[in-house]
Ligand binder design. Structure first.
Ligand code: GLC
Length: 697
C-alpha cells in the first residue's frame, strides 16, 4: 500500500507520475500509520532560523534495524549509523565524512520486523540522521511544512521498492550501444587526440564504442560551441568515427557563458530565460568559461528552448550527451570574490606580517567557494511565481536532464539517445542515467562504487556507473584492472580521468591482453546484461541490488556490503583491495562459480552455501550463477555495431541457443530433467520489448 500525506502547499516536483494506487491520507492518519510502524511525527518545530526544523520524523531502531536506499550517497549499502543530507553538491572530495553528493534521492526502506518505505518529496535540503546523533534513533528533518510524504508498506524490501518504482515511472533505457565501453578524459583537445585514442584501442584489439568529449572541444568552454581550429570539420569527423564503430559523446554544462556576441546568451537574456538575482537582473557566477548565466530549467518554455539548442549537434550525427555542472556548480560570484579581494588587500596593507590565523581565514574563504552560500540569493519562476533557489535547489539538474532528453527525443527520429548527468532528483531517472561524479583513483572508491549501485537502482537510476579507474588521483594498473572487472557489469561503463593526472586509457598499461579480455567479456555479456536491464526497467525492479533483497532472513547476506546481485541469475563479488589474490565470498545458497581466465576460456566449480575464500587473479573475472539458471554468452566483438546478428534477429524474437555459448547450472533436485530456458529481451524499433526464448536441453 502507498499512502501520501500532503502537508501545507508543496511544490509539484513531478517525481511521482503514477498516482492510481496511491491513497491520500490526512496528517492525522499519517501520524497513525507511521505510529503503527513505531515511528513518530512532529510538526511543532517551526523555528528554522535557530537550526530547528519544521517537520521531524523519528523512529527508534532495534539492534537489527537496517536502512536501504538514499540513492547516491557515501558509506555503506546499509545506511545505518551516519547522516545524509539531500542538498546537491559539486563535491570533488568524496570522503567518508561528507553528508551530500550530487543527487537528492529521498527514498529509503526501513528493514525491521515491520518494514516500510519513506519518500520525502521536497526539493530543498532534507536531513536523514540514521543513528548519527543518537545511535538507535532515526530522525528525518525537513525545514518546511510544504511537503509530500509517502509511506509504503509491503511484504519485503523488494516489494516495497517495486511499488515505489512504479509510482515514479519507468526508468530511462539507453540504446543497446550505450552498453558499449567508452573512453573519456578531461584533456582530449583536438580531433587528432581522439583519433589517436581510437586507433590505439583498435590496434590493441580492445573493444570500444564511444569516446567522450569533455569541455576542451568547446570554444573557450562555452556551451553549444565547437572550437573550429581543433575540430575543423566536425560533421565529417563524427562520420569518420562512426565508420570505425565509435560514437562521439559531447559534454554540455548547465550554465551559458555571458558573451554578448553569442546568439544563445542574447536570446536567453531577451526572453528572460535566466535565473535572476535579488535586484531582478541576471544572476551570474563563475564556472569553466568565466561569468555564466543559469537557464531557469524549472520553466517548460526554457526547457524547450535549451533542448532545441542541441540540434546543431544532432544534425552532425551526434546521438548522445552527458550533462554536467548542474547542481548547479558555482565556482565564485561577484560578492564572494570581492569580499575575498578586500580581505586580501586589507591584510596586504597592514604593516606587520599576517598571522597564521589570518592566513588560514583567507584560505578558508577561497576553499569555502562552492555555491551553497549563494543558493538563497537567486531566483526561479515556478507557475508564474518567483521562488528562491534554495527551496527548489535539488530540481535543477533533474530539469536540465529533462530539457536535454526532450530535445533529443525530438531530434533523433525515434532512436533512443544516450544521456546521463551528474546532478539529479528522483524523477530525473525517467529521462537519463547518472554517473557518480568526481571520484578518485582510490581502492576505497572502487568499493564505494560497488556500494552505491543498490541505492541508485532503488531510486530508479538503473543506468549508472562511476568513472572507472577514478577521475582524480593517479591510477595504477592493478586498480584499473580490478575496477574494469567490476565495471563490465555496470550499465554505464566509462573510463574517465581529469586533466592533471596520469593518463589511464587501458592500452597505456603493461598487460594489454588482460584489459582486452576483460572488456571483450563485457561484449560477450551485452545481450544478457541489456536483457536484464530491460526487464528491470519494465518491471520496476533493480538491475543491481543488495543481497538483503533476495535473502532477507539470512543475517550474513543482509550484512554483506561488498557483493551484489545482478538480474535473475548472477551474483558479483568484485575484488577491491590491493595486493590480494582473491577474496572472501559469502554464498547465501549453492552457486556455480564461473572463473573467466579470458573472454572465451573459463572454468566452473560448484560451491555450497557458506563462506569461502576464492582466488581471483588480476586478469580474471569471477561471477556466480544461481541454481537453475543459464548464462548465454554472445561471440566477442570490438564494438556493438558488429553485433548485427544479435540486433537483427533479437528484434524479431528469433535468437536461439545456437547463437550463444551457454553456461548452465542445473539443480540436482530437478533430477534427470535438464531443460532450462532464459527469456532474453531485446527491443524492437518501436521500443517494445521482444522476447527470445533461449533453451538449453
Ligand atoms: C567536472 C566533471 C568532470 C569533468 C570536468 C571538466 O569536474 O565532473 O567529469 O571532466 O568537470 O568538464
Amino acid at each position: 500500500m502507498i499512502y501520501r500525506m500532503k502537508s501545507g502547499n508543496p511544490i509539484d516536483t513531478e517525481a511521482v507520475v503514477n498516482t492510481e494506487d496511491i491513497e491520500q491520507i490526512t496528517e492525522l492518519e499519517f501520524i497513525d500509520k507511521l505510529g503503527s510502524f513505531g515511528g513518530s511525527y512532529y510538526t511543532d518545530k517551526p523555528d528554522i532560523s535557530e537550526g530547528r526544523f519544521a517537520l521531524e520524523l523519528s523512529y527508534r531502531m532495534n539492534e537489527k534495524t537496517a536502512f536501504f536506499g538514499l540513492g547516491e550517497s557515501m558509506r555503506g549499502i546499509n545506511k545505518r549509523g551516519y547522516k545524509y543530507i539531500s542538498e546537491n553538491t559539486d563535491e570533488p572530495r568524496q570522503v567518508e565524512d561528507k553528508y551530500s553528493l550530487y543527487g537528492a534521492h529521498n527514498f529509503l526502506v526501513v528493514k525491521d520486523e515491520e518494514e516500510f518505505g519513506l519518500f520525502i518529496d521536497y526539493p530543498g535540503r532534507v536531513e536523514f540522521d540514521l543513528g548519527f546523533e543518537t545511535r538507535d534513533l532515526m530522525t528525518v528533518r525537513i525545514p518546511t511544512k510544504d511537503v509530500y510524504i509517502y509511506l509504503i508498506s509491503g511484504k519485503d524490501l523488494a516489494q516495497i521498492t517495486k511499488q515505489f518504482r512504479h509510482i515514479i515511472g519507468m526508468s530511462y533505457i539507453p540504446p543497446l550501444w550505450g552498453f558499449g565501453y567508452g573512453q573519456s578524459r578531461f584533456g582530449y583537445k583536438t580531433a587528432d587526440d581522439i583519433r589517436e585514442v581510437v586507433n590505439k584501442y583498435r590496434s590493441a584489439g580492445i573493444p570500444l564504442d564511444m569516446v567522450y568529449m569533455d569541455i576542451d572541444y568547446m570554444q573557450d568552454y562555452k556551451d553549444f560551441t565547437i572550437n573550429r581550429t581543433r575540430f575543423p570539420n566536425f560533421e565529417d569527423f563524427v562520420e569518420e568515427m562512426k565508420e570505425q564503430g565509435v560514437r562521439l559523446i559531447p559534454i554540455m554544462d548547465a550554465a551559458i557563458a555571458h558573451d554578448d556576441r553569442m546568439k544563445i546568451f542574447e536570446e536567453g537574456r531577451n526572453k528572460g530565460y535566466f535565473c535572476t538575482n535579488e535586484s531582478s537582473g541576471i544572476f551570474e557566477a563563475g564556472v569553466w568559461p568565466g561569468w555564466t548565466a543559469y537557464p531557469d530549467f524549472l520553466r517548460p518554455e526554457v526547457r524547450t528552448w535549451f533542448g532545441e539548442l542541441y540540434r546543431d549537434f544532432t544534425d552532425c550525427g551526434i546521438e548522445g550527451f552527458w550533462n554536467d555542472m548542474n547542481e548547479p556548480a558555482l565556482f565564485y560570484t561577484e560578492s564572494n570574490y570581492k569580499e575575498t579581494l578586500a580581505a586580501f588587500e586589507e591584510l596586504a596593507s597592514k604593516n606587520s606580517d599576517p598571522t597564521p590565523g589570518e592566513l588560514l581565514e583567507l584560505a578558508g574563504r577561497i576553499n569555502g567557494w562552492n555555491g551553497h552560500d549563494q543558493y538563497a540569493h537567486f531566483f526561479h519562476v515556478v507557475d508564474g511565481k518567483k521562488i528562491r533557489h534554495d527551496r527548489v535547489h535539488n530540481l535543477y539538474g533533474y530539469n536540465m536532464l529533462r530539457a536535454t532528453s526532450e530535445g533529443l527525443e525530438n531530434q533523433l527520429s525515434g532512436a533512443r539517445p544516450l544521456l546521463f548527468g551528474r546532478s539529479s532528483y528522483i524523477g530525473a531517472h525517467r529521462y537519463a542515467g547518472i554517473w557518480t561524479g568526481d571520484n578518485c583513483s582510490w581502492w576505497s572508491h572502487l568499493l564505494l562504487n560497488i556500494r552505491q549501485m543498490p541505492g541508485l537502482n532503488m531510486c530508479g537510476f538503473l543506468f549508472s556507473g562511476a568513472d572507472t579507474g577514478g577521475f582524480g588521483a593517479e591510477v595504477t594498473e592493478d586498480l584499473l584492472l580490478r575496477w574494469t572487472a567490476f565495471s563490465i557489469f555496470t550499465p554505464l561503463f566509462r573510463n574517465h580521468s581529469t586533466c592533471d593526472v596520469r593518463k589511464q586509457e587501458c592500452y597505456r598499461f603493461g598487460d594489454i591482453k588482460a584489459f582486452r579480455e576483460i572488456i571483450a567479456l563485457r561484449y560477450r555479456l551485452i545481450p544478457y546484461l541489456y536483457s536484464e536491464f530491460l526487464k528491470a526497467a519494465h518491471n520496476d525492479e533493480c538491475y543491481l541490488r543488495a543481497l538483503a533483497f533476495d535473502y532477507e532472513d539470512d543475517d550474513d547476506a543482509v550484512e554483506t556490503e561488498d557483493q551484489l546481485l545482478l538480474g535473475e541469475g548472477l551474483m558479483l563479488a568484485p575484488v577491491y583491495m590491493q595486493n590480494t589474490e582473491g577474496r572472501h565470498v559469502y554464498l547465501p545458497e549453492r552457486m556455480l562459480m564461473i572463473r573467466f581466465n579470458t573472454a572465451s576460456e573459463y572454468e566452473t566449480a560448484v560451491y555450497e552455501a557458506g563462506h569461502h575464500y576464492i582466488k581471483i587473479g588480476l586478469e580474471q573475472v569471477v561471477i556466480f550463477l544461481r541454481e537453475s539458471h543459464i548464462l548465454p554468452l554472445a561471440s566477442p566483438q570490438v564494438c556493438t555495431a558488429d553485433m548485427k546478428h544479435y540486433i537483427e534477429y533479437g528484434h524479431k524474437g528469433e535468437l536461439e541457443a545456437d547463437d550463444f555459448e551457454i553456461i548452465a547450472f542445473p539443480d540436482p533436485a530437478d533430477g534427470p530433467k535438464q531443460y532450462y530456458e532464459y527469456k532474453m529481451w531485446c527491443e524492437n524499433a518501436d521500443r517494445e520489448p521482444v522476447e527470445n526464448k533461449i533453451v538449453r536441453e
